[in-house]
Design a protein around this ligand. Structure first.
Ligand code: IMP
Length: 209
């Protein structure tokens, strides 16, 4: 049994304004007041855990403890089966080029090269996106929900709608890459969409049923 989220206020523990807005839209019916890192001063902790769930829980707990309010955090990434799940929790870091800039063309080429180095055919290799959402209460209780979408790699990268690794990922059942699919449709099948669905079903829905 999940703990129901009966608070009226929620801290969205992200420094990414776009993400915070998307979360506020999804949870709007359940929450009277949202706070972000711009409203309340709390630090972003170092992601020291070795799993998505570990890092999502760490960020949510840190925000809840700093602010004294319930907090939501997420951690997500891209996992390639033949690379033992890499880049995984290091998905953002794989995009840092030699000048210290974030460059996803560089990251996608790194994925292709890592497969070539292993003697694995990059085209069609199995991959997935993962998202974990963690809700933390100031008393230290945490509820975490995972969403995953499976698919395969395509090279060269295709499409310009998405971000990150979207241009090299074709979800199962689709011909287009994530960067060729409209954002609303992507949201419906994506790792993030599934994690939100699970969290709303587990912690929020019973409140309005
Ligand atoms: P974070 O959870 O914001 O730290 O994101 C980790 C990294 O995972 C991002 O920088 C992206 O590289 C990658 N990622 C997560 N979700 C997606 C997605 O939906 N599309 C493409 N890349 C993603």
């Amino acid at each position: 049994m999940h703990r129901l989220f009966e608070e009226k206020e929620l801290v969205v523990a992200t420094h990414n304004a776009g993400k915070a807005k998307e979360i506020a839209a999804l949870l709007g019916p359940f929450i009277s007041r949202f706070y972000t890192a711009n409203d309340l001063d709390f630090p972003e902790p170092e992601e020291t855990e070795d799993s998505f769930v570990g890092n999502a829980a760490l960020k949510a707990l840190s925000a809840a403890q700093y602010t004294g309010k319930a907090a939501l955090a997420d951690d997500s990434g891209f996992c390639v089966e033949a690379l033992d799940g890499a880049p995984g929790i290091y998905s953002a870091r794989w995009a840092e080029n030699e000048h210290g800039e974030r460059d996803f063309n560089y990251a996608m080429e790194r994925v292709r090269q890592a497969l070539v180095d292993k003697g694995v055919e990059a085209q069609g290799a199995k991959a997935s996106f993962v998202c974990v959402l963690s809700l933390a209460w100031p008393d230290g209780h945490v509820e975490s929900f995972e969403g995953r979408v499976h698919g395969q790699l395509c090279f060269p990268p295709r499409g310009d709608k998405g971000f990150g690794y979207d241009p090299i990922f074709v979800p199962d059942g689709y011909e287009q890459s994530f960067a060729e699919i409209d954002s609303q449709e992507k949201q419906a099948i994506s790792h993030r969409g599934k994690a939100f669905e699970a969290m709303i079903a587990g912690c929020f829905k019973a409140l309005v049923a």
